[in-house]
Design a protein around this ligand. Sequence first.
Ligand SMILES: Nc1ncnc2c1ncn2[C@@H]1O[C@H](COP(=O)(O)OP(=O)(O)OP(=O)(O)O)[C@@H](O)[C@H]1O
Ligand SMILES: [Mg+2]
Length: 265
Amino acid sequence: MRKLCIINQKGGVGKTTTTVNLAFGLAAQGKRVLIVDNDPQGNISTCIGGESYKDLYDLLIENADVQECVAHLAPNLDVIKSKETLTKAEFILMGEASRETVLRRKLAPIKGYDYVIVDCPPSLGLLNQNALLYADEAMIPATTDVLGFDALKKIITAIHKINEVFGHNIQITKIIPTMHDVRNKVCVETLSKMQNDYYNLVADPIRISSKFKEAPDKKKSIFEYDKSGKGSEDYERLVKTVLRDEAKFDHRAQEPGKLTIKQLA
Ligand SMILES: Nc1ncnc2c1ncn2[C@@H]1O[C@H](COP(=O)(O)OP(=O)(O)OP(=O)(O)O)[C@@H](O)[C@H]1O
Ligand SMILES: [Mg+2]
């Protein structure tokens, strides 16, 4: 089971959009996928719906059974949702021992999925520390502009720090350039800098498209909303590269000597 978190401390860079479309794309390829919405904004529910009796707050704080918190969304695709109560969870967790590894312990009984994908809030707070200490892989969506590139460097440093402080070994397995405008000089230059600095970690860019803003209004993934558009094409390509990496990064198939964040920094 691959455990990914989609993370960037900068807001509005395409984390939720990437989580949703990567999850739908992998599920369409026959992979069993669980999305975990680790963001009190609850944007996953806004984007794709899903009904469950309980949510991530109940799992983290109320000792709910994990199965009660899982909602079925589509064939091969489930979700553990969140809403604004998750902010309260973060405060409560602050008073607990081993507060950074609660998510890891609570999700431990999860079985039967090929991918667990955690959508993270735009912060470096306790919720995201929990996500980073749960996941084996971090995927970082980053916009191809000056502020996006700056945020990318900062999140890589922060992940490196988390590994050092907690003796963890999460790997950055993809940098995903988002909202890329091929006609914009700054975007083109920034993408080139990303590729120069981070080599083959950088996925092909997700181009800017107004369809991404429209799809959540219909509670649809980009594949359902704009099947033959460039957004579908770009996320399909991302799904293929993630699948191609399976042998390298699937925990069950993990070979010794894997690439560490230290080597990447
Ligand atoms: N490639 C794209 N082209 C155009 N708009 C996009 C693209 N990707 C995402 N968007 C839009 O940009 C906005 C922010 O995207 P999203 O919510 O995925 O970012 P986020 O990083 O999850 O934000 P937050 O930090 O608030 O959680 C949304 O309206 C989304 O529909
Ligand atoms: Mg989001």
